[in-house]
Design a protein around this ligand. Structure first.
Ligand code: SAH
Length: 352
């Protein structure tokens, strides 16, 4: 039987590589039988990435500018209810300094990420975004600050923001309810993604692999959902528990499943920008290299000041919280090269 199943898997991967689409049942079959076709799918995903982007890996400088958050996502270490978190906010000047420093290191994209912190009004964020764009017109600015109003997204776009990362977290509404507090709303999150798209942002969606209560069926459905949404970027990483959250005792997602899903995403959305995430590098010391070998083409090293790094603790044992950004870049260059790719100085836009 396994022999037969291997043949079916290979046939499905062949078809996915050509048509970039499978049915829900077919995705599920691959996920359930992934042990039989893991190497084959990685090879296919890697060559798909090479076809569109070559062996270039884009870097994004991540500036984690606030760990205050008004939300209480059950999985997240910076949730409001975590009274053990030591909170910080970066000033306008500190954020702009991070970008200036990053520019010198070769970054051409800055990702401003934070908890949902009402302190950063549209006005404040606009000043920061437009100042970064003024100083570095050849750079892209990405925002990742959660759910805001259409008006707010519009104002920020007009101030110069190019891209927006908003992981949908799960495509299954019932699952969404299990990992979020009652006041958070699945439909609102999806609506935000639609609004961002309509405003002309390059949009990034995504989810955690192995988040509590997620099933293989949910993962199969993620591929169908992503195919329909057709985002420019998809950020996925394993769920990793954080001690001071309600999910402290839940098992972490695995690197092997995350890598398999990464490859499925690359073959389903051949042009997508696909990061090898820090979470993957946290559960597996070679997770990011393996991700590059499974079709990833983006890495997001940390540009936040080292003094605050440890405070942006979304999950336990997050890596790279002690190193200077310059050290991170050197380390990553070697890692990416060992995976047959090279880091480039580029804003790394989505290729149509
Ligand atoms: N407030 C922003 C940024 C959230 S943090 C927003 O709402 O988009 C960025 C991502 O980290 C989240 O979207 C989530 O998918 C991921 N994350 C949070 N807690 C995590 C955990 N315990 N393990 C792995 N990833 C986690």
């Amino acid at each position: 039987m396994p022999k037969q199943h291997t043949e079916i898997c290979n046939e499905l991967i062949g078809r996915l590589s050509e048509k970039h689409f499978l049915s829900y049942d077919e995705y599920l079959f691959l996920i359930k039988n992934r042990e039989l076709c893991r190497n084959y799918i990685y090879t296919k995903a890697e060559s798909q990435r090479n076809e569109i982007y070559g062996n270039k890996v884009y870097i994004r400088g991540l500036i984690e500018f606030t760990n205050y958050c008004k939300n209480n996502c059950l999985y997240c270490g910076i949730r409001q209810g975590n009274s053990n978190a030591s909170r910080y906010r970066l000033s306008k000047k500190e954020i702009i300094d991070c970008a200036d420093y990053g520019y010198k290191l070769g970054f051409r994209t800055f990702v401003l990420q934070g908890g949902e912190d009402p302190f950063y009004t549209d006005e404040i964020l606009c000043v920061i975004v437009s100042e970064i764009k003024r100083r570095h017109p050849d750079c892209a600015v990405t925002l990742s600050v959660g759910e805001r109003s259409f008006e707010s997204y519009k104002i920020l776009k007009n101030a110069g923001a190019d891209r927006y990362l908003l992981r949908h977290e799960t495509a299954n509404e019932l699952h969404y309810k299990k990992i979020h507090p009652r006041e958070m709303n699945f439909k609102n999150r999806l609506n935000c993604l639609e609004e961002l798209k309509s405003l002309g942002y390059q949009v990034g969606a995504g989810f955690m692999v192995g988040s509590p209560y997620q099933t293989e069926d949910d993962l199969a459905y993620e591929l169908i959902f992503l195919k329909n949404l057709n985002p420019h970027m998809v950020g996925i990483g394993p769920f990793i528990p954080h001690n001071d959250t309600p999910f402290a005792d839940m098992p972490a997602g695995t690197a092997e499943l995350t890598l398999f899903v990464l490859a499925l995403i690359r073959l389903t959305l051949p042009n997508v920008l696909l990061p090898a995430t820090t979470a993957l590098g946290t559960i597996d010391p070679f997770g990011r290299e393996k991700a590059v070998r499974a079709g990833a083409n983006v890495v997001m090293p940390n540009l936040s000041p080292t003094s605050v790094r440890k405070k942006y603790m979304l999950y336990n044992n997050k890596i790279c919280t002690g190193d200077e950004a310059a050290q991170c870049i050197e380390c990553l260059k070697k890692r990416i090269e060992s995976a047959g790719c090279e880091i480039v100085v580029s804003s790394g836009d989505y290729r149509k």
